[in-house]
Ligand binder design. Structure first.
Ligand code: GLU
Length: 413
């Protein structure tokens, strides 16, 4: 992330714009934006080199009016309270937009998983879980994977929680399928990006097979979005990861790229492509740009040079308000993060439901339910867009915030 760009500033701006349209008074706005609880834990972990290191972790519970707090845990070297607070709030609006019965939360540990061994990672995950144990629960706060974490990390956290509270698979989602995870959860966020790219393209009379796509970020979200879009016939022309980026106007052979990544752990150096920088890839010619990495990558500086007609936000908060204004002026159509990447939390909801009932749905059923839930949200948002003549982002925030507000009202806060 550009260190000058605060994720919290981005979300505050989006929230304030939506609240102005909703006409809420100052007290209501204050109530809705204030996090319920913010926990910071500092804990020592013995590293493989014998040294003791103190790590700092967070769990922010933003709003729980619509249900238990829900949201991922990220392990990343830029995690801080400002970021986790912003991402927790994004989850409150996101869960309301896709209408799953959860509130918003987020967690993180400031560490660099790429520099850590499995033993060190396990130690960090378990100690962090033990420190935040008392605020978690299947009906209280349910974490999930996010940047730098995966099904294995979820398992360690579930195990730590279960040691203290009895076996509780529903306390966390994104688990391995063998341990109560849901089929389709791993691909769900990328699948959501694909579903919404198709929905947007259809609205503009475009066939997905005519779309040239650049995906920035090749983690869980980016790689699955690229695979599923390619399966639908889209032409993947650009890919990037933390090391750099590759571009081929004729289309990249995704299977060959995946083979290359397996061997070298990066897309960089893939032979049949132009090698470009992580920044330059955002400005290369394409129809669809999928930012699927970190916050604040599309700014007033690079937005004027972005060639894409469509932007589908796989990452959380990748676009600054200034860049948004430029995209609007340039006629770029954008599906905002709070809808575009909500496939993950939607299938997390399915996982939680399956855990509570001790049953397992098949993958087709999950994918069908996911598509239905996301397309309903897409329709709800486009209705608000037309009614209020606002961008899709502001329409999504209006929808999410008003649903949370209604829940607060009904509960009598
Ligand atoms: N971390 C993901 C997100 O930002 C998924 C959250 C979840 O499944 O609870 O939406």
């Amino acid at each position: 992330m550009n260190p000058k760009i605060s994720a919290y500033k981005i979300i505050r701006h989006n929230f304030n714009t939506a609240v102005k349209h909703l006409g809420y008074d100052e007290e209501t706005a204050l109530l809705l934006q204030t996090p319920f609880r913010e926990m910071q834990v500092n804990f020592p972990v013995r590293l493989d080199n014998g040294k003791l290191k103190v790590f700092t972790g967070y769990r922010v519970q933003h709003n729980g009016a619509r249900g238990p707090f829900k949201g991922g845990i990220r392990f990343s070297p830029i995690v801080d309270l400002d970021e986790v607070r912003a991402l927790a709030e994004a989850m409150s609006w996101k869960t309301a937009i896709v209408n799953v019965p959860f509130g918003g939360g987020k967690g993180g540990v400031n560490c660099d998983p790429r520099q850590l061994s499995q033993r060190e990672l396990q130690s960090i995950a378990r100690t962090y879980a033990s420190r935040i144990n008392q605020i978690l629960g299947a009906y209280r706060d349910i974490p999930a994977p996010d940047m730098g974490t995966n099904a294995q990390v979820m398992t360690w956290i579930m195990d730590e929680y279960s040691k203290r509270n009895g076996y509780t698979p529903a306390v966390i989602t994104g688990k391995p399928v063998e341990l109560g995870g849901s089929k389709g959860r791993e691909q769900a966020t990328g699948r959501g990006v694909m579903i919404l790219t198709k929905a947007l393209a259809k609205d503009y009379q475009t066939d997905v097979r005519d779309l040239k796509v650049i995906v920035q970020g090749f983690g869980n979200v980016g790689s699955n979005a690229a695979k599923l879009l390619a399966q639908e016939g889209a032409i993947i022309v650009g890919l990037s990861d933390v090391e750099g980026a590759i571009y081929n106007d004729k289309g990249l052979n995704l299977n060959a790229v995946l083979e290359h990544v397996k061997k070298t752990r990066t897309v960089v150096g893939f032979p049949d492509a132009e090698q470009v920088s992580g920044e330059a890839i955002l400005e290369k010619p394409c129809d669809v740009l999928v930012p699927a990495a970190i916050e604040g990558v599309l700014t007033e500086e690079n937005a004027p040079r972005v060639k894409a007609k469509f932007i589908v936000e796989g990452a959380n908060l990748p676009t600054t308000p200034e860049a948004d204004a430029i995209f609007e002026k340039n006629g770029v159509h954008l599906v905002p993060d709070v809808l575009a990447n909500a496939g993950g939390v939607t299938v997390s909801y399915f996982e939680w439901v399956q855990n509570l009932q001790q049953l397992s749905w098949d993958e087709d059923e999950i994918n069908q339910r996911l598509e239905k839930q996301l397309l309903t949200a897409y329709r709800d948002i486009t209705a608000v867009m037309k009614e209020r003549n606002v961008s899709m982002r502001i329409a999504a925030y209006i929808l999410g915030i008003s649903r949370v507000h209604r829940a607060e009202e009904l509960r009598g806060v």
